[in-house]
Design a protein around this ligand. Structure first.
Ligand SMILES: [Zn+2]
Length: 126
């Protein structure tokens, strides 16, 4: 399969998403959401988080604290994304999915395929 993820096809779609495309995006969003939730669940028992308290020596402790920050940051981003995907699924339910919140035009399928949770079209997101 050729790689179409160049971003060149982002932008405004001429018309509303087809039913097939909507189903495809919903499956995609649900799959991603499930994956993120699994990751979040795995991380709760991550031994690295525990290691912060048992690390000996100033340097290793600083390292651990830094790693803890990175981990927290990743976890924050993941939670944000879970929230966005949930919102996207809600919009799919309500039928206003795929409309750009910036300009009110349809978001191109190629963009939604990359980011099913997108609420802005390629132009407005820039
Ligand atoms: Zn827009």
């Amino acid at each position: 399969m050729p790689n179409l993820a160049s971003g060149k096809r982002e932008g405004h779609a001429a018309e509303v998403l087809s039913v097939d495309e909507q189903i495809e995006l919903e499956i995609c969003a649900r799959g991603e959401l499930e994956q993120l939730r699994k990751e979040a669940a795995t991380e709760e028992v991550d031994p690295q988080a525990v290691a912060v308290d048992v690390a000996i020596g100033r340097l290793s402790r600083l390292d651990s604290m830094q790693m803890e920050e990175v981990r927290k940051d990743a976890s924050r981003r993941r939670n944000q994304r879970i929230h966005e995907l949930q919102e996207a699924l809600r919009r799919m339910d309500e039928g206003d999915y795929g409309l750009c919140e910036g300009c009110g035009q349809w978001i191109a399928y190629a963009r939604l395929e990359q980011r099913p949770e997108a609420i802005l079209c390629g132009d407005c997101a820039r």
